[in-house]
Ligand binder design. Structure first.
Ligand code: ADP
Length: 407
């Protein structure tokens, strides 16, 4: 089954084509091709780059909106007429969508209702769904794979906020995000260890531009650091993570900040960028530290402090730990971050193999042989996980699932 995956963001989107048989193991197979469309660094244009096993093709196309790049992208693609299924990453599934779902008019309406929770994302994703229907034809099966769905298993004490109970009825609760990545990396880590998911207590650390942890027991997420939105929890590239809500009240009351200004400050001007004043990119922060920049050092230290304390929180929810898994840009590539995160738990007997850690080997156990907890680096494969979920949904017999209720 040839499955086209669309994974869109606010500055770029990734797209991949997989030929899925259903017999793949835990590791991701190679995509037939991968495309990246980037419009952030190309004002008024989008750069489309397509990689196949034998060639890389790059083209710049004028665009007014990100979705303008879909038609030229599709025109450039090999195997376009063989595509059976389009699988979309949808950031927010709210309460209505607890698992990957075949897209019907009702499902589209449900995703549109969720737009108030994730306005930037869900609107773009709906447009991508419409564009694919137009380009591939109405008979192509489309599947929504939600970033929140893996966390649908959170128990009430983990998802209810201690505000007024009316919040629960209004859908104001912890949802958790990066679920597609936490799901893939936890399964892959279990396979690398040769263990059954049902026998493992794991913390998966997705440390990219956005950062979140998940506490996973018996293959299910039981706690996570992101919440109602992807702003809660760890310090991130440009997002603050958790701050005292009293700061928000202060900023509104005494400095007159609007909702838009708060959104900008907390999502785009905080985190590594906000504290260091250098960049939201960990590589640039590390380079500035090497150059003796004290605020860059402070930003790194706050990042590590938050990572350690949130890891401790996940540890308490699990009541023990078998494996700690690092993934995404920082998690996969920064020996310093991994070493500092693990050091805090040395008293529990968690120990890295320093030589292995220094090499950042993908899909490897980097713990010392006598460590009480296995520590792994796993390369996240979100596009493959979306393809896998899309295959599962598309292979299942109709009727398609309708949303269970409001957001
Ligand atoms: P996204 O969340 O947008 O998918 P990524 O998973 O690619 O992002 O992660 C981006 C982050 O990874 C950036 O902060 C980048 O600096 C960091 N990163 C990438 N390579 C390295 C490296 N070698 N050392 C430290 N950080 C790195």
């Amino acid at each position: 089954m040839k499955i086209l995956v669309l994974n869109g963001g606010s500055s770029s989107f990734k797209s991949s084509l997989y030929d899925v048989t259903g017999n793949e193991g835990a590791a991701a197979p190679r995509a037939l091709w991968e495309a990246k469309v980037d419009w952030e660094h190309h004002p008024g244009a989008a750069e489309i780059q397509i990689k196949t096993a034998s060639a890389v093709t790059t083209r710049s196309v004028p665009v007014k909106s990100p979705l303008d790049s879909l038609d030229p992208l599709m025109a450039m693609l090999p195997h376009r007429n063989d595509i059976h299924v389009a699988g979309h990453r949808v950031v927010h599934g709210g309460r209505a969508f607890r698992e990957s779902t075949r897209i019907t008019p009702e499902v589209r309406a449900g995703i549109a209702r969720m737009a108030s929770f994730a306005p930037e994302h869900n609107r773009l994703e709906l447009e991508a769904i419409e564009a694919m229907e137009r380009i591939l034809g109405p008979d192509t099966v489309q599947v929504a794979v939600f970033d929140t769905a893996f966390h649908a298993s959170l128990p009430p004490p983990a998802y209810v906020y201690p505000g007024p109970y009316a919040w629960v009825d209004q859908g104001i609760r912890r949802y958790g995000f990066h679920g597609i990545s936490h799901q893939y990396t936890s399964r892959r880590a279990a396979a690398i260890l040769g263990r059954d998911m049902a026998s493992l207590r794991m913390i998966t650390c997705h440390l990219g531009n956005g950062c979140s942890l998940a506490a996973i027991r018996d293959g299910s997420s039981i706690d996570t650091t992101m919440g109602f939105t992807p702003l809660e929890g760890l310090m991130m590239g440009t997002r603050s993570g958790t701050v005292d809500p009293g700061i928000v009240i202060h900023l509104v009351r005494h400095l007159g900040l609007s909702a838009e200004a708060l959104d900008r400050v907390l999502n785009k001007e905080s985190g590594l960028l906000g504290v260091s004043g250098v960049s939201g990119d960990m590589r640039a922060v590390l380079a500035a530290i090497d150059g003796g920049d004290a605020r860059a050092q402070l930003a790194f230290d706050v990042y590590v402090h938050r990572l350690r304390s949130e890891t401790g929180a996940m540890l308490a929810s699990l009541g023990g730990l078998d494996a700690l898994v690092f993934t995404a840009g920082v998690g996969e590539n920064s020996p310093q971050v991994r070493a500092q995160a693990v050091e805090a738990f040395a008293f529990l007997g968690v120990k890295l193999d320093p030589a292995k850690n220094a090499q950042s080997p993908p899909d490897t156990d980097i713990a010392a042989p006598d460590s009480t907890v296995r520590v792994l680096v796993v390369h996240t494969e979100e596009e493959w996980e979306i393809a896998r979920e899309s295959y599962r949904v598309a292979s299942a017999t109709p009727p398609p699932v309708s949303p269970a209720g409001g957001a």
